[in-house]
Design a binder for this molecule. Structure first.
Ligand SMILES: [Zn+2]
Length: 143
């Protein structure tokens, strides 16, 4: 097993680095004998400013049903886990406040994109019909 150098300059085992893969932003780089770059990854985990601005225009704040958190209170969320898709895009991202970003899995809610709009499905004990819901709290017309 090889070693991986972190962004802070520390060396950790490849095994440890791989165990952190789901939470870390990792850019794989393969070096040759004289440290030339022979290959590198191109996936980007972090949403860009452009992504965030587009999601602000679409979501207008936290997309979780009933939440009124403004865009400045929100984080960008990968609707499909980044470790599965290895991609970051607005068609699979949404804004969520810190509480809903952190707690939605524990609360049993699932986000899904429908026609390019984030929708949330409540757990069966809240909604036995499992109807996807869109947050209307930011819409002044309510629909
Ligand atoms: Zn929220």
């Amino acid at each position: 097993m090889g070693q991986v150098r972190t962004g802070h300059g520390a060396y950790v085992s490849t095994e440890l680095a791989l165990s952190l893969f789901g939470d870390a932003r990792i850019m794989p780089v393969v070096l040759g004998r004289v440290r030339e770059i022979t290959a590198y990854g191109t996936s980007h985990r972090i949403f860009t400013e452009g992504h965030r601005l587009a999601m602000i225009a679409r979501d207008q704040g936290c997309s979780f049903p009933g939440c009124t958190a403004a865009p400045a209170m929100c984080q960008a969320h990968h609707v499909t886990d980044f470790s599965l898709t290895r991609r970051t895009s607005i068609d699979d991202g949404t804004l969520v406040c810190g509480v809903h970003h952190r707690e939605h899995p524990n609360l049993g809610w699932i986000c899904k994109m429908i026609n390019g709009i984030p929708h949330w499905t409540a757990p069966p004990w809240i909604d036995p019909g499992q109807a996807p819901r869109r947050n209307r709290a930011h819409d002044p017309l309510g629909d």
